[in-house]
Design a binder for this molecule. Structure first.
Ligand SMILES: [Zn+2]
Length: 372
């Protein structure tokens, strides 16, 4: 019987990304709006978890505050000091000029990293089989010395190093299906042969100069990174094929002691920041595959930490599908958007997508990321 831990804290919805016009600063002819990275998609995801009663089938795991020691296992003292100073301003920024946060925002960033720590702790203590940390701000773009792309601290890497320090595990895999490249996670562990980073993302979306299929790991860790940059427009079929041909074989070859997932829903068909066409069905299938492979390889240890996903109306249903697969309980609530996106011809694997997968497979074989 699987049990699933669930992390959510009201303060995640208080993370303040200010007045924006989607992804740009307003002004001149650009009318002020809000930042696409807003609380809505996450708080409404949590609302559906409660309204659907799925919460009754999950184990609530309290978030905790990540300490300086926790953060400094990954980030430079310069970055931590920078965030502390920015946090004293009315509006601070994580480092790239496009990642605003409000006064005392570091407290919520600590809670996001700490929420991911709490999730992995619950799994590794054996309190639960797997866990979902619905945290905010996200983390997968944050590098050791700089925040970027809405990310202040690298939530998953901080949780990985915490787990290594406190639970004696070493070999970890990270699967990132957020539409953006998991550049931060990849760069942090580039030279670490005991962390496999896998990222499926829209080709050259963000950051625009990373996530190439030729990025396969740094010095001494060749073959520890797998990138699958899929063309804009990709749907459920190509993601399923990428899992079958690349993600699952790479995990089986690597044999991790735990699997983390950077869980972003911005590859959904209605996301304002992406051009993919996934439905909740794709997220359900990817999660089901990960649950199966985690059962095979590491006693089901799967820790998902929330990243992007900017459709306030669709993210909750994509998230519900993921949580149902994690805990094995079906609420019976159908995807209300399925009628609109589910039958799109965009879900069939195209030749262009197949070509990308073939190139990625060839490189992965050369680097011994996959065998056979
Ligand atoms: Zn994203």
């Amino acid at each position: 019987m699987r049990t699933t831990g669930y992390v959510w804290h009201e303060r995640y919805s208080w993370h303040d990304t200010g007045t924006f016009a989607g992804i740009i600063a307003p002004g001149s002819t650009v009318q002020p709006f809000h930042n696409f990275e807003s609380a809505d998609s996450k708080s409404r995801f949590n609302s559906l978890v409660e309204v659907s009663s799925l919460i009754d089938h999950l184990v609530k795991v309290p978030a905790r505050i990540a300490t300086d020691e926790d953060i400094l296992r990954i980030h430079t003292p310069r970055h931590l000091d920078f965030i502390k100073n920015q946090s004293e301003l009315v509006v601070g920024d994580a480092g790239d000029g496009w990642s605003p946060f409000g006064h005392k925002g570091i407290e919520i960033a600590r809670l996001a990293a700490g929420g991911t720590i709490a999730a992995v702790d619950a799994v590794l203590r054996g309190d639960v089989t797997n866990a979902y940390a619905l945290v905010r701000p996200p983390g997968h773009h944050a590098e050791r010395d700089m925040g970027m792309g809405y990310c202040i601290f690298a939530n998953i890497p901080i949780a990985i190093e915490w787990a290594r320090a406190n639970h004696g595990i070493e070999r970890i895999a990270v699967v990132d299906f957020d539409i953006h490249h998991g550049n931060g996670t990849q760069s942090i562990f580039a030279d670490d042969p005991n962390v496999l980073t896998i990222s499926l993302h829209q080709d050259r979306l963000f950051p625009q100069d990373s996530g190439y299929v030729t990025e396969t790991g740094g010095s001494g860790a060749e073959g520890s990174a797998l990138n699958v940059p899929l063309p804009a427009g990709t749907g459920n079929g190509a993601y399923a094929a990428a899992f079958e041909r690349l993600v699952l074989p790479a995990l089986r070859n690597f044999k991790p002691e735990a699997i983390f997932v950077a869980s972003g829903f911005d590859a959904s068909a209605v996301d304002p920041l992406g051009c993919m066409t996934l439905t909740a069905t794709a997220y359900r299938q990817m999660t089901a595959s990960l649950v199966t492979v985690a059962d095979e390889l590491c006693d089901g240890r799967l820790i998902m930490s929330h990243e992007g996903g900017y459709s306030p109306v669709y993210v909750p249903y994509c998230g519900l599908a993921v949580l149902e697969e994690l805990c094995g309980f079906e609420t019976g609530i159908p995807d209300p958007f399925e009628f609109s996106f589910g039958n799109s011809p965009a879900h069939a694997l195209t030749q262009a997508q197949d070509d990308v997968l073939n190139v990625a497979e060839n490189i992965a074989r050369q680097m011994q990321l996959i065998v056979g």
